[in-house]
Write a protein that binds this ligand. Structure first.
Ligand code: ATP
Length: 622
């Protein structure tokens, strides 16, 4: 495609999965059913697919992470045992004198172990962050690349906000899982097994008593955490609704102000904002209430430990040092258990997010190359439409059997009442949609049989409301052909009468225009889009003429520019200006998806039919 397609002409705002659009019912707007699902049951296939994103990094970074993890865990688990040695052998030995030298030696070893532990954990965090960020980068980039390829009918069905939320929120919600979750899961498992083994080795009776409380504690902690996690998820969801609304309200701020709907909008936002606040309050209440409760679940284990431990010391089966070591191990026992419960919740949330992400990634573009599609060679520009029927939705024909021939170099003007099918024809020529039946050929090639990019790169499109991207004027023209030189850009700008106004801008060609080019007038934006199309130099040009009335001087400039642009190309123009229509080689008059009349201006005026009526009406209107 030589120029960008206009999203505004195909608003995404049609209901799709929107539940309703009644103003005031905050809960109803900006709610997309599938975005609402917070958690999904465990799904191994999906989890495997998600973790496959880590694969490219398993060879270099993951071994390092595992090494750091093992090192960190080993050192961590050794310290309590050394402490017990310090107590039992150096501070209060059963037999013989206390040994300060042994105490110093143990302290020195513990110091070294702490240093190793610190280094191991620093590097482990560093490497896991690298892996996590890369995975998220890959995932987001895959998703974006894929969305770029999806066809118009995909966007017809979905509100832009919903697409936005998936690329941002859903991907972000996986961030935690990849940056810390996976590695923590491994560490916790290793640590738990290590601790259980050590506890049983020190004293199997006491070990067993403590270990038996684990499943109970695990269930309690997980169950409590589910509620907290859900409450926080609700906060996120409410925030993402605010994001969606913000997106729409900022894009539509001009309409809002024009219709003086600011108050209504503020009220609506307020309700949303309040809901987000309430949901936050709820979550933080739960956090305050349950958080400490979870923390003290570990206290039960400690109670059992001291009660039973004291008994074993009395029986001579345990030393004080070992009890201290035991208590230290038990202390670092609850940490991984709590985290595992958290991790489980995190996985359920990740399931829902990844399902939504993969749903988009799995969406096949409805318009794609056939497996045996050949490149479309350089074309002359003969276009034929034969019995073309098209339905956007099943059962509603937007075009009802169109037959039309355009010879290379001809200018075809499409005219007709609103909704008669003009834009639909131009959408079909670039294969933004596939026809329901019939055939469209270019130089004898069926457009469904050739490679899409070789087709679209030979068609230039200029739409009514030119889409200006944020960047310089030069960048915006260069969008037509990325390898164009500055001289070429200036040459096309001169050819379409745009040079003059560009020169007058504060930075000339390097003036930064904000997104959508609001600082430029409608006429200037039109001229820019002409320059863009001329630079692309396509054999076929599709033009949706702007309806906006502009001053006579600019109008004249646009007419001259149009002449330059149309020269030597086959052009289809959804024409609104009489001057454009008059100069067309062929005028196609559409009515309810059918061709009513065709011919040149003089012929059609003579017929005194629909065209005559349209022109008369336009004059009366003017
Ligand atoms: N994305 C879409 N999904 C469903 N129906 C659509 C879509 N776009 C257009 N239509 C319908 O197809 C018919 C033809 O629309 P089209 O946009 O081609 O008309 P038009 O002649 O270009 O009108 P206008 O001059 O107002 O732009 C209309 O009935 C319209 O409602």
């Amino acid at each position: 495609m030589s120029t960008v397609t206009n999203t505004e002409k195909h608003p995404h705002g049609n209901a799709g999965k929107l539940k309703g659009k009644t103003p005031g019912k905050t809960g109803e707007r900006f709610v997309y059913q599938d975005d609402e699902i917070i958690e999904k049951p465990f799904n191994w296939a999906q989890l495997t697919r998600l973790f496959a994103y880590m694969k490219p990094y398993t060879k270099q970074l993951l071994p390092l992470v595992i090494l750091m993890m093992v090192l960190g865990t080993l050192t961590k688990l050794t310290v309590p045992y050394l402490t017990s040695m310090a107590i039992d052998k150096a501070i209060a030995p059963k037999e013989g004198p206390t040994s300060i030298t042994l105490l110093y030696t143990i302290t020195a070893v513990v110091l070294v172990l702490y240093i190793i532990q610190w280094l191991a954990s620093t590097y482990r965090i560093k490497y896991t962050n690298i892996i996590g960020q890369r995975v998220i980068y890959d995932l987001r980039s895959d998703l974006f690349k894929h969305i770029q390829k999806l066809s118009f009918n995909f966007f017809d069905k979905r509100p832009a906000g919903s697409v936005l939320v998936r690329v941002t929120n859903d991907v972000n919600s996986l961030q935690e899982l990849f940056t810390s979750g996976v590695v923590n899961l491994m560490i916790d498992c290793v640590q738990l097994v290590g601790i259980v083994v050590i506890l049983l080795m020190i004293n199997w009776k006491l070990g067993l008593a403590v270990v038996l409380t684990v499943p109970v504690m695990f269930v309690i902690s997980t169950k409590l955490r589910v509620r907290i996690r859900r409450a926080w998820q609700d906060v996120r969801m409410k925030n993402s609704r605010i994001n969606s609304h913000l997106n729409e309200s900022i894009q539509g701020i001009r309409v809002t102000q024009a219709y003086t709907q600011e108050q209504e909008n503020i009220q609506f936002f307020d309700t949303m904002n309040m809901e987000s606040k309430k949901s936050w309050d709820r979550a933080s209440m739960l956090n305050q209430g349950f958080g400490p409760l979870i923390e003290i679940t570990g206290g039960f284990g400690t109670l059992i430990l001291f009660w039973f431990g004291a008994y074993l010391i009395q029986q001579g089966e345990l030393t004080v040092g070992l009890l201290v070591a035991f208590s230290s191990y038990v202390g670092s026992f609850w940490e991984p258990i709590n985290r595992l419960g958290q991790m489980y919740n995190q996985l359920l949330v990740a399931m829902a997010s990844s399902e939504r992400i993969f749903e988009f990634i799995d969406e096949k573009p409805s318009i794609d190359d056939k497996p045996d599609a050949l490149p479309l060679p350089k074309i002359k520009g003969d276009i034929k439409l034969k019995d073309v029927v098209f339905e956007y939705e099943k059962g509603r024909q937007a075009l009802k059997g169109i037959n039309l021939d355009a010879d290379a170099g001809q200018t075809i003007a499409l005219v007709g009442h609103t909704g008669s099918g003009k834009s639909t024809i131009i959408n079909l020529l670039s294969r933004f949609y596939d026809i329901s039946s019939g055939k469209i050929t270019i130089d004898g090639y069926d457009i469904r049989d050739v490679q899409l990019d070789t087709l679209r790169s030979q068609i230039g499109i200029v739409l009514q409301d030119t889409f200006i991207f944020s960047g310089t004027i030069r960048d915006n023209i260069r969008f037509g052909r990325l390898d164009a030189t500055d001289e070429e850009i200036e040459a096309v700008a001169r050819a379409v009468n745009a040079h003059e106004f560009i020169e007058k801008l504060p930075g000339g060609y390097d003036t930064e225009v904000e997104e959508r080019g609001n600082m430029l007038s409608m006429g200037q934006r039109q001229l820019l889009s002409f320059a863009r199309a001329l630079l692309a130099d396509p054999r076929i040009l599709i033009l949706d003429e702007a309806t906006a009335s502009i001053d006579t001087e600019t109008e004249l400039k646009i007419q001259q520019a149009l002449k330059v642009l149309l020269k030597g190309r086959t052009s289809f123009i959804v024409a609104h200006r009489l001057s454009t229509i008059r100069h067309a080689d062929k005028i196609i008059v559409l009515d309810h998806g059918e061709i009513k009349e065709q011919g040149n201006h003089a012929q059609l005026m003579q017929q005194r039919g629909t065209y005559f009526g349209l022109i008369e009406a336009q004059f009366r209107f003017i």
